[in-house]
Design a protein around this ligand. Structure first.
Ligand code: AP5
Length: 210
């Protein structure tokens, strides 16, 4: 099963992705994580990506498409994968159609009014765990590994605004793109805990995972 995870910044793609990858044994490929790793390691891709991610704009399509195209040729991607954050515009989706076969696109739909608080309140750990300040009770370290929690540089209000605008103008049209291909399924997030959202997702994916 090859899946695309679609949703606005803060919709809960990353939160659900680790649960989905675990249950359905899928490789999780997050273009955002790939860019952050490159930035941390000071690679050429990282140097290029930083100005875009820090300002909430999309990294150029040629770079992003090439990274995903290459990643999908690795051995570990031959038994099912989940793309989180890719494609992010129609051009990327058209390129993906040329080099991969997608079975289903899951749209995580969230009321826009919830997103700013979710993102600006997010604290992350280098191990990949993510929290919201409201649930931390003042803790500054990760409950899973003890690592120090920090705020992503792009999780500040001005940048979040740009990310949401970018989503609306460039990424949201993908909902119709995948609907037209008969591949779109949707869940509503924000009206329940991440576990409840995951239950909805499982009801959908259990049908595909036969
Ligand atoms: P990326 O890392 O993909 O960021 P994003 O799409 O903006 O998504 P986020 O990681 O902010 O949110 P999420 O949906 O994963 O939410 P999460 O689960 O963490 O991209 C970053 C940047 O990289 C882009 O801006 C761009 O520059 C570049 N980039 C990436 N891909 C690209 C591409 N294809 N092309 C070009 N450029 C690209 O949840 C958010 C918060 O909500 C957390 O605090 C969580 O605890 C909480 N939460 C989650 N679910 C629930 C729930 N059900 N109830 C209550 N709280 C919840």
């Amino acid at each position: 099963m090859n899946i695309i995870l679609l949703g606005a910044p803060g919709a809960g793609k990353g939160t659900q992705a680790s649960k989905i990858a675990n249950k359905y044994k899928l490789l999780h490929i997050s273009t955002g994580d790939i860019f952050r790793a490159n930035i941390k390691n000071g690679t050429e891709i990282g140097k290029l990506a930083k100005s875009y991610t820090d300002s909430g704009k999309l990294v150029p399509d040629e770079v992003t498409c090439e990274i995903v195209k290459d990643r999908l040729t690795w051995d570990d991607a031959q038994h099912g994968y989940m793309l989180d954050g890719f494609p992010r515009n129609i051009y990327q989706a058209q390129q993906l159609d040329k080099f991969a076969k997608v079975d289903v696109c899951l749209n995580i739909d969230v009321d826009e009014s919830l997103l700013m608080d979710r993102i600006c309140g997010r604290r992350v750990c280098a191990c990949g765990e993510s929290y919201h300040v409201s649930t931390l009770n003042g803790a500054t370290t990760c409950a899973k590994c003890g690592g120090k929690l920090y705020q992503r540089p792009d999780d500040v209000p001005e940048t979040v605004k740009t990310r949401l605008d970018t989503y609306k103008s460039q990424t949201a049209p993908l909902i119709d793109y995948y609907k037209a291909q008969g591949k779109l399924v949707s869940v509503k997030s924000g009206e329940g805990s991440p576990d409840l959202v995951f239950e909805q997702i499982c009801k959908i994916f259990d049908k595909y995972d036969k």
